[in-house]
Design a protein around this ligand. Structure first.
Ligand code: ADP
Length: 220
């Protein structure tokens, strides 16, 4: 076919990171082409991925023969082999793949990938490390920070909110955070409404500027 396969994704490097990406894409219903130079790894994916090929992804001609230039999106999960990571991103760029995502092991690797033409660079270890720092103190049950200084956290409801509605607690004017959801033990997650009554043991999903979300979690 000569039309770009916009919904399909090529995942290069099926290690721990690339494997998780490929597995989730499959579950979400996407068409995935997996590429790895490791024969045993490729074999282990053969019954799950419709298209999985053993190949050296640093070779642009090989990628073209595999039809990679027809894909709308590519994810490069090669981390430890810096040269292979950079040459693969370069080959994808030269093939004109319009949306290239690449994993970096650190900031220098990331800068090289950006200069090489990756459209999105991700830092799984650094991001997860920062997330664990928020969780390990026990105040937050979950924490996600967006790159524009905005965060969402799951935290226990502060004592001052118990027995009050969210409107009465006025957390937005007091702490600058917005409650978006409330999770009661043994109940489903519910969207927060002004008349939602908070009880002891409830968990709150709060959003707002990262600093304010962190400060709010610290008072609980
Ligand atoms: P992770 O930490 O996510 O497991 P690794 O960097 O250890 O990441 O693994 C990257 C994967 O990429 C490995 O499975 C490896 O075989 C594959 N890989 C590395 N270099 C190439 C290459 N030139 N061509 C294809 N696959 C490669």
């Amino acid at each position: 076919s000569s039309s770009p396969r916009d919904d399909a994704v090529v995942v290069i490097g099926l290690g721990r990171f690339g494997g998780a990406v490929a597995g989730s894409l499959l579950r979400l219903g996407h068409d995935v082409l997996g590429i790895d130079e490791n024969a045993a790894l490729v074999q282990s994916w053969a019954d799950r991925l419709t298209h999985v090929v053993q190949a050296d992804s640093t070779n642009g001609d090989t990628l073209r023969r595999l039809g990679v230039h027809e894909f709308g999106r590519a994810v490069v999960g090669i981390g430890s082999d810096l040269e292979a990571s950079v040459l693969t991103v370069l080959a994808l760029c030269e093939l004109g793949v319009p949306d290239i995502w690449a994993k970096a092991n650190g900031p220098k690797h990331g800068r090289i990938l950006e200069r090489t033409g990756a459209h999105h660079v991700v830092y799984p270890e650094a991001d997860m490390g920062a997330r664990v720092a928020h969780l390990v103190t026990g105040k937050m049950i979950d924490f996600i920070e967006f790159d524009d200084g905005f965060a969402i956290a799951k935290t226990s409801a502060p004592h001052e909110t118990e027995g009050k509605t969210l409107a009465e607690s006025a957390l937005r004017s007091k702490y600058g955070v917005t409650v978006v959801g409330v999770k009661r033990p043994r109940a489903d997650f519910g969207y927060a409404r002004p008349e939602t009554m908070i009880q002891r043991g409830d968990l709150l999903i709060v959003s707002g500027p990262t600093k304010l979300v962190e400060a709010f979690a610290a008072i609980t």
